[in-house]
Design a protein around this ligand. Structure first.
Ligand SMILES: [Zn+2]
Length: 81
């Protein structure tokens, strides 16, 4: 007589959404980084933007977008529901 083995533990999905917290950073602490010293101090000439909160690097285009909707994202985050 055979006993069927039941898997007690649920199989973890390989495509789980990112854990909460991973995308919790709003990236509002962006600081310009310059590869080229000639452009240093000029935000428009920044090579990258570094989020001081999470350490993620963004392209100037990404940073511009992040900053353009910064207030909106903050409102959403603070507003809760
Ligand atoms: Zn961040």
């Amino acid at each position: 007589m055979r006993f069927l083995r039941k898997r007690a533990s649920p199989t973890p999905s390989p495509e789980l959404p990112p854990a909460e917290g991973v995308h919790a950073c709003l990236h509002v602490a962006l600081a310009p980084q310059w590869d080229d010293l000639a452009g240093m101090g000029v935000e428009a000439k920044a090579s990258h933007w570094l989020c001081g909160a999470c350490g993620e690097l963004f392209t100037p285009e990404q940073a511009q977008e992040l900053r353009s909707n910064e207030a909106e994202r903050l409102k959403q985050a603070l507003g809760g529901d």
